[in-house]
Design a protein around this ligand. Structure first.
Ligand code: ZN
Length: 155
């Protein structure tokens, strides 16, 4: 069963309770593999899957604080275009910065609005999860803090 230091492979679909939209699903690609207990996943996801066995399906709703955290108004900032160097900022663009990913949400002539919130910040999330495989983690995986092998992290 799923517990700390197991490597778990699941198929999952995430939807938004607010409008029913699917924001992410593994069903059109390979299932997701992760090491339990090492912060590879958002906190509520692992908590809700603890104790599940192979073939089991679970559906649960996570509050935003157990998912991608609250939406923070002060994580929205306005910056001059020259902050982007050679990149021409466009609305909807996601860029990496020194303090994490940011999304460009508005482009005006002399002012660019950027949002450091995760795209799912402030959202409650519904997950439908099916457990495909469970195995014990190797010593190396536990040391690294992530899963290796197919569907996991590669070196
Ligand atoms: Zn590794």
């Amino acid at each position: 069963e799923i517990k700390e230091n197991t490597v778990v492979t699941v198929h999952y679909t995430g939807t938004l309770p607010s409008n029913g939209d699917t924001f992410d699903s593994s069903l059109e690609r390979d299932p997701l593999t992760f090491l339990v207990g090492h912060k590879q996943m958002i906190p509520g996801f692992e908590r809700e899957m603890l104790g599940a066995t192979v073939g089991e399906k679970r559906e649960f709703t996570l509050k935003s604080e157990d998912a991608y955290g609250p939406y923070m108004e002060d994580a929205v900032q306005q910056v001059p275009p020259d902050m982007f160097g050679e990149i021409a900022p466009k609305e909807g663009m996601t860029l990496m910065s020194d303090i994490g990913p940011l999304r460009v949400t508005k482009v005006e002539d002399d002012l660019i609005t950027v949002d450091f919130n995760h795209a799912l910040a402030g959202e409650d999330l519904i997950f439908n999860v099916e457990v495909i495989e469970i195995r014990d983690a190797t010593e190396e995986e536990i040391t690294h803090g992530h899963a290796h092998g197919p569907g996991g992290h590669h070196h």
